[in-house]
Structures are given as C-alpha cells and as structure tokens.
Write a protein of this length. Sequence first.
Length: 632
Amino acid sequence: MPRRLILAALALAVAGSLHAEVPAPRDVPYAAGTIKLEVDATNLPQRIFRVKQTIPVQPGQLQGGQLTLLYPMWIPGGHTPRGDIDKIAGIVFTGNGQRLEWTRDTVEVAAFHVTVPEGVSEITAEFDYLTPTDRSQGRIVMTPEMLNLQFISTVLYPAGHYASQVTFDPVVTYPAGWTAFTALHVESSSGNTVDYEDVPLDILADSPVFAGRHAKQIDLTPKGSKVPVRLGVVADAAKYLEAKPEQVRQHRKMVEQALKLFGAQHYDHYQFLFSLSGKMSGIGLEHQRSSENGVGTGYFTDWKEKAGFTDLLAHEFTHSWNGKYRRPADLWTPNYNVPMQDSLLWVYEGQTQYWGNVLAARSGMRPQQASLDALALVAATYADNRPGLSWRNVQDTTNDPIIAARAPRAYRNYQMSEDYYRAGQLVWLEVDALIRAKTSDRKSLDDFARAFFGINDGEWKVQRTYTFEDVVATLDGIVAHDWAGFLRERLDGKVGLTGGLEAAGWRLVYKDEPNAYAKANGGSGGDFVYSLGLSLGSGGAVNDVRWDSPAFNAGIGTGATIVAVNGQAYGKDVLEDAVKAAKGGNQPIELLVKSFDRYRTVPVHWHDGLRYPHLERIPGTPDRLAKIFTPL
C-alpha cells in the first residue's frame, strides 16, 4: 500500500477513536439527580466567571463507561449556533478525588466524552468562562459596575435528554454590595452568595442575570394586575438611574397595552433586565419571564420628548408571547445542540417588530409622530434601498442567522441581512390594514394576536409550537381571505412590500430635511442614502454604498473615506451644501476619496438635491395608522 494511503488510513483511525456516538436527546429524566452549578462572578478585574458543576452519575446508565457532556451551541433567540465554546478554558473533570480522562468529539466539538471509573457516583467539572476583554472578541459582559451572566454560557449538560428533563441547582457569588436581577426565584442567600430555585435546564437557560453596583428596581405592574412586572436597571453611575414619574408611567402603560393586546400572561412574574452603560455592550434578547436589554447611559436623563424612547423594551416584551410561549415548530429543539431552522422568523421577529412600534406608540413611549417617522424610514428601505430584492426574497433572509451569524456586510443593501425583521413589519402592517378594510374596522391584527398568542392564560412552563398553516388558519378565522397566497406573494418577492402603507391611508414621500425622529437618532454621521447613495460615519467613513446608486456607479465602495468635497475638507454640512448647490445643474460633485493609502478624485453626478423619507396622508382615504396607534 502506498505510504500516503497508509497515513490516510491511520488518520481516519485516530479520528474515529476520538468520535464516539453522541446520544440523541430523549424525553426522559436525567435520573442520576440534580446538577449543582456554582458560578463565581467576583473576578471583575480579569473579567472571568469561575464555574464548578457537581454532576451525579449512575454507572449503569453510562455507555461504555463514558458520560457525554454537551456545551450549548444553538442559543434560543440567536437562531444560530453561536454558543461561546471558544471562551471556555481550563476544563478539569474529577471523581473520587481523581482527575478523569476526557476527549472532545472531533465531529460535534461541543461534546466532551468523560471516562467515569467504577465506584464514582458523581463527577466535578471545573472551568473558566473567559468573557471578552475587548469588543473585537465579542460582547462585553463584565465591567467594574455591572455584569451580564447568561447561564446557558456556563453549563455542561448530559447528552441523551431533553433540556426540560435535566435539573440544575444554580448558585452564584456576586461582588459584595451588588444587586442582582433575574427571573429565577431566590431559595436562600448568605452574604453575597445566592442559591436560586432548582429548575430544569430549559428554564435555567432562559433566566439570565443582570447585576450591578448601581441598581434600581422599578415596578411596572399595571393597576389591578396580580402578576408582577418589574424593570431592573443597572447603570454605570447612580445618576443615570433617575427616571421621571412620567417616564415610568409610559413604561407601565406599555405593559398595560401589551396585556390588553394579548389578553393573557405566560409567566408567573416578568423581570426586565436593563443596562444603561457605555462600557457593557448593548443587547436585546428575549426570554419568557424576562428579557435582556442594553442601551446607552442617557436613556432616562437625555430623553427627548418629541423622539420618545426606543421600542426595544416593547419588542422584547412582545417576545414573551411571540417566540417564547408560541414558537415556530422548526425553531423548537429538544436541547441546545440540535440544529434549529428559521423559516418562520418573519412571524417570530417580523410581527414582534410590528408590535414593538405599535406598543411604543399606544403607550406614549414614542409619540405618534415619531412612530410615523420611524415607519417612514422602514418603508423607504424597502421602496428604494434594498436592491438585493432583485436576486433574493424576504423568505430567504430567514436563513441569514445561520449563514452569517450577524457578521457585518460589505454591501448590506445588496447582500441583505435578516430583512425578515423590518420587511416582516411591513407585511404585518398590510395584513392589519387589510383585515380592517374587509371588516369595516370591526376587526384588526389585534384579534389575531389575542387568538394566536393569548391562549391558555397563566401557562408558562411549556411552549406551544406553530406552523405556517396554523398562522393562515388563525387569520382565516378572523376574516376569510386567501392568506396563504397573500403571505407567499410578499415573502417570495412576487409583490412589493409597501402596500400596507397605502392601504392604511399614507404614502412615502421625500423631502430635503430629515424627519424629526431621524434627526434625533442620526448621530454624527451623514445620511445621503436616498440622494448620493452614501451612508457615512463620523469623519467621512463610508459605512454603506447603495448598489447601483450615483456614488456606487462613480466607483466609491464601503470602507473608503470621504476626505474633501469640491476641494473643501469634508464635513456633513459641507457635503449637504454641495448636494443642494448641484440641484438642477449639470456639474458633478467632486469627492476626494481615500482607500487604503490611495487618494483619488471621484465625480458624482446627482442633481436632484437632498432626499429624506417622510410619510404623507393620502387625501380622501381612511387614516388606519391613527387607529392602529390608538391605545386600547
């Protein structure tokens, strides 16, 4: 046999010896007992969680004397295999005081095969979870003032069982004097160590923690409700915690409007986890009894009345019903190492995006004009800033979490990326408008929300799955229509996505000034998307170039920098003035562009002035957006 074939055979033999069968999940209890999980979260200077697990074993149930432990990879709410296995280091397994041998599976690399000698009734697993120390490594989750502990990132669990069939006893030691917020109930505490209730892995994974030096709990329970809803806030400094009574009232009204919309609660209590920080990374991640939400420090203190608040909290709260209690059938998996499928994210995320804006408007968290302005930006995106719709459709973007794992795109408008969020929002706006039109405003998408998501009030320890056919059947129960054809035409790219705007009595127009909401949220960059085709960051950095736009056709690409405009040093105002001056003329706007270490002058031909999205009423038509945004 040739030497190369001998080496190949040896390599296959070695690989085979490292790949043992990983038991498939079965709906049976992990009968050996409760797994104790201890997390030391006090190492703030080095940003390390120290983890210890005590795992009972039953030798008679082991396969070949081995216990296979899994690290979670498919994270609920992430829709993709984004588990932080790369951040786990220093794994040591022991039993009866002796170090145990282990091998990592070479195919399923999140599986650890641990050899358990006879006479060992429990094993100890110890490891470090090394959280990012720089944003290039991932989300910052530990700072001197706060931390975000996601239990799903700090567990190993036995293969061969549903997540709901493995019980954990979580214990966390926090920095002294800190306050911790989580949906888990406290069983006992001693000093800064908290022992939480024993829970199945699926509930533990769905119950993260925000803890901080500067913290405040705000009651958002609507008057008369018996189910508590609270907002637990941690901040970089105590001054950022100060919320005005009117701001609290608006947040409480958002909760009230959600309860009126869905008509049921699928939790025994609800805990918003909310960070106001310039150090810990932002986040928006849903859970059934809680949600992780992170924004900048000025959420309360720099609040602008005309712009209102972000719809982040409303969006994540909606997910308690849409996505957590009711979940797409192909997105539900028995444990966190079985691949998910994302085909119904246009319901899971798209309708949640719709209700987030609506609930923000109905509660006053976002004034109605700001809600209209925000919708104008979404409509303009799918009317004029998604050339990628020429080659792919909204349905195909539901695969993006798995394809790209939310990595940045060079030309997002052409490549597209998770467009099921905002494109889905427009689809559901059109569904709402059509139901209202067909029933003379007697029914609306509110009726769908109550019928589809508002079932079984009080039930929360289970998830009810749904299919495309279930969505269509519920819509048909509200009002008869070819809903399957209607949805498929829009999701498959056969019909445009802005029809709901016109059906609601509004149309998209462009003006030479940004709308008030865009101005309030514009930052320091320059928005020339609907004129030159450029989105610019501070200092003239080109963040995005619209495919086939004047700037793109002139040869400007993302990653370049605009250095000068018509011979004058770049500034947002300088470029705006140049676009205004070129309107109606025939002379190009000359941009000095830097790319790597090369400079070149690029003439851009655009003579229609500045263009920014706005909504305008269509005379003589019913104003259904006003009805949609009216509080229940």
